[in-house]
Each structure stands twice: as C-alpha cells, then as structure tokens.
Design a protein. Sequence first.
Length: 246
Amino acid sequence: MPAKLSVNLNAVAMLRNRRDLPWPSVTGLGRIALAAGAHGLTVHPRPDERHTRYSDLPEIRALIDDEFPGAEFNIEGYPTEDFLALVEKNQPEQVTLVPDDPAQATSDHGWNFVAQAAFLTPIVKRLKKGGFRVSLFSDADPDAVSAARDTGADRIELYTGPYGGYHSDFAKAAKELERLGKTADAAFAAGLGVNAGHDLTVKNLPPLAKRIPALAEVSIGHGLTADALEYGMAGTVGRFLKACGW
C-alpha cells in the first residue's frame, strides 16, 4: 500500500495569522484536503501560536470525527508538559515528537536517541498509555534506530529536509535518498514503522516511495501549500496522492 498523505496545515495557519481575520480557514482547507482524498491532517502548535493556534485543534478534531471518521489527526511538537496536556485534551491518533527549540522557524533535525533516551522513554510510555501512536523525528542515521526502538515508540519520522534541499543537485539528492532508505531498512528490521516529512514535493516523492515502498505516511505542508496557490487545495492533494503512488 502506498504511503498515506497527511496534510500539514501550519502554512495555511501562518497565512491566516497575517491578519486578524478568519481566512484562509484552517479547518475549511482541511475539509477540502480530506474530501479530495488526503488521509489525515497534521499540525505543529508552537507555544507562541505563530501558525496553528491552540483553538484550531478542537475544531480539527471535530471536523475529522464528524465528517471524515476514517482520517487521522497528527499533532507534532516538542514534549513540554503544556504540549502533552494539549495532546491529551485533543486526542489525536498520532503524536510526533520533535526536538525543536520553541524559537525555531521549522524543524531542522532529529532526536539524539541515545543521549535523550532517559528524557524520551517516560514521555513515550505516557503517550502510549493514553492510546496514542507515537512517532519520533529522526535524522537519516541507520545506527540510531535501535535506540529509537528502545524508547517504546511505534514509528520514526524521517527528516527529509536535506533530501528536499538538494532539489537542484541530483547526485547529492540520490546520496541522501539512500541514507534515508538505509535508515528505513534498519527501522523496519527493528520493528518500527516509518513516516517521512519535510520539503517533500510531487517531484521528489516518487523516488522516495520507490526506495521505501513500505513507507507508512508522509506529512507535507510547505510544498503542498505552495502548489495549492497554483492548483487549488483539492487539485494539489490529487497531485500529491499520485506522487505517493495512489
């Protein structure tokens, strides 16, 4: 089965927040994405609410529950106590933990699973006890996968930023793709599922899907939102689904 597509709504929310107005509607565009075939919605609510606001979360939860019960809600973020409480209040199907400093513009690296094992393990246990699937943001490093598994997580999410960043250098992109592929191979061997996200496009998704055919999910925001300005949200979701292999 091809990787499922989760539409990250942060870029939509950031555009909305440029004005004190309710448009573009985060929930409304989420509805269009799901109606067009997206398998889920992702948000990363940072403490300063500079894009997704805390008030968006119950609306997205209700949208999925009321209109698209087969879809999934994925909340990602750095696991402060406030973040964990937000997750427990809004009950996503998946929680993706990222090692972001709150001031970072966007996620730009994975966890150091060995050094941060003592920090992550009880958090993963708490989330899994709450019934959430837990995914950990991971660099392309096959040797780190066993430590990720030992935290108790269900999946890793491959940080594909470097791969997407080599959009004009095919040789470097190919090398980075193989690093991602080897990390996925190690994760599967360790019993982990594999997601991927960051700077994925309709151009670089097919090679990724070919190298990692068992990829479970891709979470895409910036590139998808940029394409939506040209093709509309529904048309863009269709393009990305095709790129995933649907």
